[in-house]
Design a binder for this molecule. Structure first.
Ligand code: 2HG
Ligand code: ZN
Length: 471
């Protein structure tokens, strides 16, 4: 079957609602959020059911047509953008977005992969529960996307990464068979844990179409604190203090450097700092499922002690839901603010939590030595040791000239990460941007095993080709 015959067969199998071929309608699916990649997909598949998708995969398999699953198209690493050769179709699961079941006793949500993270959170909230997963792009990011990338986000500190929240999966395999693994068991030791192989695989081993997610009881009290600090060391000391204060209440602990905050204040409308400007900030969220848990009293006292110890310069607690949301916006709009400011080279790195201050000292120094005047925008999930160490061109350097040096800049940062025993991708995945790093960082036995899995699950290489593993 050639490509034209495959497209005709797909049109027949998926119907007019299920196949997009008009170039104007395809365009938004062809480019990534960061505008680093532009693909040339001949079509976008939009199946209305798992069975339809399975049939479409069989056609693609026969024709050797690559399939690139795309959720909210918010990948930071080109993980959902097809090649420019015109030999890969995009797959969107936007029509597979139903809540299939929710069980407040089992504390599970069974939901289709095309639902947004926000929709899943809302469904959980309606049942008096919480989906303990939150990321800045949750309004557009989908369940399929966050599971395929094993997204982290803002509550990893307390509840783990996306993979820790999954009890079961439904997956369409590369040969069009469907693995119906939507179990909602808390305990099930029956051989290899197949769901974990698909989670974080970035769509290279199969297509997740639905999942059973773990919920937790909805928090009854919630508290957001915003603080300025004299140094990264002080931020780490405050994290330790918060964890010792009440480990079960600490939900999020986010770091923001002053330069990134300036971009947010400059580029995002209706933002303002709740305290005086400083070089380092922390946003911490606490929550309790108990009503009247008295979070504020305890946190206030703890912050006063931190101030007396010189860890905190100034701090404030959100007095209302609106204030809490405004504080979170200051953190969550960092990516958007940076995009509006122009080109950036992103490093989504992790190091052991205790070494974050050292990283935040050594990495800027290494970058300045490599490119004098380079501007650092550092922020992220300090509680998980995950810093978004993003760089902007020196004043006056053209964006293209800066981006042309992306590998050299990334390698400079990664030299520090390697010395500290860290990872080159903490939560954004490998996508196509970082495949070149895999042999050096995950080579030898590890890459051999990954390639063996790829061959076993996708022998003809049609599942998100060119992502994760170097071609
Ligand atoms: C976040 O934590 C996202 O806001 C985006 O992971 C990070 O833009 C980035 O580098
Ligand atoms: Zn992040």
């Amino acid at each position: 079957m050639n490509a034209a015959e495959a497209l005709a067969a797909l049109a027949e199998c998926l119907g007019p609602r299920g196949l997009i071929t008009d170039p104007a309608d395809i365009a938004p699916y062809a480019e990534d959020w960061r505008r680093l990649y532009r693909g040339r997909p001949p079509a976008v598949l939009r199946p209305g059911s798992t069975a339809e998708l399975a049939a479409a995969v069989r056609i693609c398999a026969e024709a050797g047509l690559g399939i690139v699953p795309q959720g909210g198209n918010t990948s930071m690493v080109g993980g959902a953008t097809p090649s420019a050769r015109g030999d890969e179709v995009v797959l969107t699961l936007s029509r597979l977005n139903r809540v299939r079941a929710i069980d407040p006793v089992d504390l599970t949500l069974t939901i289709e992969a095309g639902a947004t993270v926000k929709a899943a959170q809302d469904a959980a909230a309606e049942a008096g529960c919480q989906l303990p997963l939150s990321i800045a792009s949750e309004g557009s990011a989908t369940i399929g996307g966050v599971l395929s990338t094993n997204a982290g986000g803002n509550m990893t500190l307390r509840f783990g990464n996306a993979r820790d929240l999954v009890l079961g999966l439904e997956v369409v395999l590369a040969d069009g068979r469907v693995w119906e693994g939507l179990r909602r068991l808390r305990k099930d030791n029956t051989g290899y844990c197949l769901r974990q192989i698909f989670l974080g695989a970035e769509g290279t081993l199969g297509i997740i179409t639905a999942a059973v997610l773990k919920l937790v009881p909805a928090p009854r009290e919630r508290l957001v604190a915003f603080a300025s600090l004299p140094s990264p060391e002080a931020a780490l000391a405050l994290l330790t203090r918060c964890q010792r204060h009440d480990p079960s209440a600490l939900l999020a602990f986010e770091y923001m450097g002053g330069d990134g905050m300036d971009l947010v204040l400059r580029h995002i409308p209706d933002t303002q700092l709740p305290i005086a400007a400083a070089a380092h900030y922390v946003l911490a969220e606490f929550a309790s499922p108990r009503p009247a848990a008295g979070l504020a009293e305890g946190v206030e006292e703890m912050l006063a002690q931190a101030m007396a110890a010189g860890e905190v310069l100034d701090a404030t607690l959100a007095a209302s839901e609106a204030q809490a949301r405004a504080m979170w916006r200051l953190r969550e709009e960092h990516a958007e603010a940076q995009k509006r400011a122009g080109a950036s080279i992103k490093n989504d790195v992790s190091v052991p939590v205790s070494l974050v201050p050292r990283f935040l000292r050594d990495a800027p120094a290494a970058c300045a030595a490599f490119m004098p005047g380079i501007r650092v925008v550092a922020f992220g999930h300090l509680g998980d040791g995950n810093i978004h160490f993003n760089l902007r061109p020196p004043e006056g350097m053209a964006d293209e000239d800066f981006l042309a040096q992306d590998h050299a800049v990334m390698d400079t940062v990664l030299g520090v990460v390697r010395r500290l025993g860290g990872s080159f991708s903490a939560e954004h995945g490998v996508g196509q941007l970082k495949t070149y790093l895999m042999p050096e960082w995950r080579g030898g036995v590890e890459l051999d095993l990954m390639r063996a899995l790829k061959t076993a699950f996708d022998p003809h290489g049609i599942m998100n080709p060119g992502k994760v593993l170097p071609r």
